[in-house]
Each structure stands twice: as C-alpha cells, then as structure tokens.
Design a protein around this ligand. Sequence first.
Ligand SMILES: Cc1cc2nc3c(=O)[nH]c(=O)nc-3n(C[C@H](O)[C@H](O)[C@H](O)COP(=O)(O)OP(=O)(O)OC[C@H]3O[C@@H](n4cnc5c(N)ncnc54)[C@H](O)[C@@H]3O)c2cc1C
Length: 439
Amino acid sequence: MRNPRDEPYWLDSVPSLNPEQSPLPAAIDVAVVGSGVTGLNAALELRRGGRSVVLLDSGRVGQGASTRNAGFVGRTLSHSFSELLRRHGLDHAVSHYRELHDAFSSVRQVIEAERLDCDLVQGGRIILARSNRQLDRLTAELELRRLHLGWKYERLDRRALLDEVGCSKAIVGGVLLRDFYSIHPGKYCAGLLSRILSAGAQVHPFTHVSSVARSKAGSGFVVGTSRGSLRARNVLIATNGYTGPEFDWLRRRLVPFPGFMMATGKLPRALLDEVLPHDRTYTDTNFLITAIRRSPGGDRLLVCGRPGQSMPVTKVGELLRDDLTAMLPDIGQIRISRAWNGYCCGSFDRLPKLGSQQEGIHFAIAYLFNGIPLGTHLGRKAAWQILGMQEGASVFSQHDFTTVPLYRGRPWFLPAFVSLMALKDRMANSSGHIIRKDR
Ligand SMILES: Cc1cc2nc3c(=O)[nH]c(=O)nc-3n(C[C@H](O)[C@H](O)[C@H](O)COP(=O)(O)OP(=O)(O)OC[C@H]3O[C@@H](n4cnc5c(N)ncnc54)[C@H](O)[C@@H]3O)c2cc1C
C-alpha cells in the first residue's frame, strides 16, 4: 500500500495561500510575524484601525498549525472551571470562562462580519466517556458551568448515545454541547488573507524573521528578515508553536509539542450516515485526546490525536486509524489518504498569553489545542492593544509569563510527561470498562 500523502487535507480545497511577492517596504507601522489565525486576525484589525501593516511568514500563509488543525471550535481551557473556582474563587473562574466564551464567539463573528465562506457547521460537540466515573466528573464540571455561566449541556446515557454515534462498547455515555461548531480551517485562513489584501496590508510569505532589535536611530525596531530589513514602530509576534531561537525570551517560556491528523479516503455515505449521522464533532475525555469529525461535504473522516508523541508522519496514519476503529468499530476497513502533523504550544501555567515583552514588541500565544478561538480573539486583542483601544484588555494579560530554571525552549521532559498522561488516561478509562474493539 502507498504511504498517505504528508500534506493537510484542507489544502485541496483552498485557493493559493501564496500571494505574489513584492519588495519589502523600508518602514511600516506594524510588522506582524506569523501568518496563522493570530497574525491574520491581528493584521486585519490593524489595517481597519488605519495602520500600515506587513505580515511576514517563513513559509506560505498559514504554514503553521492554522491550516493543519481539525477545525473544531469550542470553549476549552486547560484549567477546568472547578479548578479555578477552588484555587482562586468564583470571580476569577467566571472572568476567565467569560472571556473564553468571547473567544468562542469571535470566530463566528469574524466569519459573519467578513462573509467568509469556510463551511461553518453548528453541529454540536459530543464528548465520549469510557467510564461512569469519567462521565460523572464531566457532568459535574459542566453543571458548574451551567450554574454560574448559563451554558447548557445534555448528558447522554449509553442508549441515547447510540442514536448519536455508532461507538464501541467501551464508551459508556457522553455529553452533548449543542452550540459548539466546526469550520474548514484552510478556507478560514484563505478568506482572512483575501480580506487583508483588499484592506491594503502587505503580505510576505517565505520571509523568515531572524531578528528584532530596537532602532538606534530613534523609536521603533529594525526587523531583520531573510529578504532584507525594515523598520517598524511595533512588532507583533504570532509564531505560537513555531517560535524559534530568534525570539529567545518567548521560546524560553513556551513548551512546543506536535499534534497529528489523518484523513481517510472517501467512504460510503450510507455507512457514515449510520455511524455518525449528525455531523457533530467528537472527542473523548483523555488528556491525550482523540478527536473525530466528518469532512466538510461529509464523505471522509478526519481524526486528530496522539499529541506530544514523537513519531514519523508515516506512522501517524496507522496509529490514528487504530484509534478511530477502537472508537467506531463499525467503520470497518479504511484507506488513509493523508497524514500530517503540526505544532502547538503551551505556557508553564497552561494559560494563553497576551502582552508585550518590551514596549512595542507584542505577543499573543500559547493556546494549546484551542487556537482557532483563542488565536482569533487574542490576535484581535493584540491589534487593539497596539491601537491603544480599551477593547484590548484581557484576563489573559493579567498573569505572569514565567519560565523555569535552565529551560531553553527544548522540552526534553515531554516524552516522560506524555507517558505519564497515557498511564493516567489508561487508569481513568479502565475504572469501569476495558477498551475493546467490538461494539
Ligand atoms: C494537529 C492539530 C490539531 C488542532 N486542532 C485544533 C482544533 O480543532 N481547534 C482549535 O481551536 N485548535 C486546534 N489546534 C491548535 C491551533 O491550530 C493552533 O493553536 C493555532 O492554529 C495557532 O495559530 P497561530 O496563528 O497562533 O500559530 P500558527 O498557525 O502555528 O502560525 C505560526 C506561524 O509563524 C510562522 N513563523 C514562526 N517563526 C517565524 C519567523 N521567525 N519568521 C516568520 N514566520 C515565522 C510559522 O511559519 C507559522 O506559519 C490544533 C493544532 C494541531 C497541531
């Protein structure tokens, strides 16, 4: 059998993400480094706010995780509501989760305001539990959110779940979050790019930024790139999981890790309609999460998972196929058409970060697996901060952005951490049922 293609499935159905290259300008108001969801949203807001903008990327537009993700749009924070409540009190928990909701809503707002055609489907999210203890914990957390924030959820027992998903016997039940939605991430980036170009921003793919230094000749910065240098009054660093040694201060505060995806070949529609009839997004409760959805158009399955693991992309397809068939055994034999990876990152306190490193150098970064909403939201907020607008205020600017001694940006501890989390997941999953591949 041929190896699957190592390229995001999303790129098949987007127009070019390589705008024609023009010479770099000598001087600009704002240089945005990184052309993913964060950089694209920031650049658009900065142009709309009247600033001249260049958007620079080492690769094509959206080269990083923004065209490599699963397209799930949800409200996920690494800290549960109950954890924030217990540690910091109700106001703290509510303020963080309210802003998380703003981030969740911002993607739809941008899509509607800019009339982006990116296959938004509000199908809802189902979270699948493999033990009653997991299901009770999940329900208790969602009940707290309902009580304090008014967010609705539905608990599904095994029987109700089977009307939703043809899932393995190992799954005991789940919850349904009806307002969660999904998009086509490639089309989202392509749509934003077209709006930015129409708004008059300069976009320079294949332009690696190698340095940012305070200008000796007055205010602002000299931005050194692989295609020459330019002066900028402000710089926004939106490089997330791809932050390199040229941004050492940030790199020492970030833990990058890979995530993986697989797309099946075309599957019979009747089979998909039986196994996943409602076109929702699906995840489990594992720390090392597995996420499944139908492709826009509905004729393939896309599977995301194995975060943080170290493996060649050629292995990814097979492993994710095993994860898929363990969850949906009725899917039967499948062909893998694509397998690819991308990089995310987190901070040491697991919170997203918005702020400035020194006056004039801004960042919006560290979203873990929730970068479509958080990148959209914090990219816009970073732009509003640069524009001096009150709307730039954020709870995610209020926390220290710390590192740990001797850490230089290479997460040597990741394999041990991933093994520990895998063990924790196995223990949580087996407190009720052992995963079997039968239904
Ligand atoms: C497999 C996978 C699945 C995911 N699924 C989801 C999901 O379903 N939902 C969700 O919300 N989130 C998901 N995420 C997370 C989400 O994709 C990211 O958090 C988000 O895309 C980050 O966007 P960004 O614009 O900040 O960074 P990125 O999109 O990663 O962009 C960073 C850019 O910076 C550029 N860059 C880096 N250094 C330089 C330099 N020195 N000079 C010039 N350019 C530079 C890179 O080339 C890159 O294009 C997933 C991530 C992965 C990997």
